[in-house]
Design a protein around this ligand. Sequence first.
Ligand code: PLP
Ligand code: COI
Length: 341
Amino acid sequence: MEKKNLDWANLGFGYMKADYRFVSNFKNGAWDEGVLTDDDKVVITECAGVLHYCQSCFEGLKAYTTEDGHVVTFRPDLNAKRMEDSCRRLEMPVFPAERFVEAVVETVKANLAWVPPYGSGATLYIRPYMFGSSAVIGVKPAEEYQFRILVTPVGPYFKGGAKPITIRVTDYDRAAPHGTGHIKAGLNYAMSLYPIMDAHRQGYAENMYLDSATRTKVEETGGANFIFITKDGKLVTPKSDSILPSITRRSLLHVAEHYLGMEVEEREVLLSEVSDFAEAGLCGTAAVISPIGKIVDHGKDICLPSGMENMGPVLTKLYDTLTGIQMGRIEAPEGWIKKIA
Ligand code: PLP
Ligand code: COI
């Protein structure tokens, strides 16, 4: 199979139309078999539930070319499970987990020419998503849904790759207690667009959201969880019911503990203790691990000792081990790697 002629090493995190996508429709209480199609257009009624009441959710995972030339994906069963949770909370029908994983595999297989080569620094981003496709005018769930998977080759989420970023503490809230912060609902991202653009206009790469009830605890950013390294080398990550349970973060906790012999703590993290950490980073499928050099809290700079030049030593070890597992250089825990080709 011949690869597409792309400048793999210089891809940004953007959308590029690949050859095939997966589409399945939910009608009369059941999902159809689903097909791969070369048609990237979605045609729905002007009154579709997604267009008015934002009934949509999505997932994000990646396919990697391994050192020995295979194509694999990372823990797709956890994305399937998290999408089930999103669907339940949004009164949407669940797309069965086994079929979710099969559909991911099929979609990547159909687009192997788009999977970036090993060593290029790029990966194939896989975006499963679902939306209410039938008409609703009163506030209620749609009766029909579409589940789709698109893929697109991507480079680093933040410009500069592993260069530390500067973020700010924002006064906007991302999620309410007992709201939808713990699921991957499109609506969570719609409301983050103004704060992120405002952050960019002020020169920050991202927002640090605090818990909206007390505004004292660190939650997450618009698209990634936080991880912190203490001065004595412990991994600390915020525990909250209103953040997205990141698969990368859950994997990093395992890697830290079982591969690197580190102590790990998932607990409430106060904004007031952030200045005591040695290293800080964002973690997620898109972000992988992005180091944070500085956090600006209403004019006060919190400078991480790891600095603005390079990722700190502990995050680097975590990054190397996680990506080593994903790219087949390091043996993965049982069940983490799904071989596609
Ligand atoms: N938090 C938010 C709000 C996200 O959108 C994402 C991305 O999926 C993450 C965290 C990281 O989650 P994961 O590691 O499963 O990609
Ligand atoms: C991901 O990391 O997969 C995300 O969905 C984050 C962002 C692109 C919204």
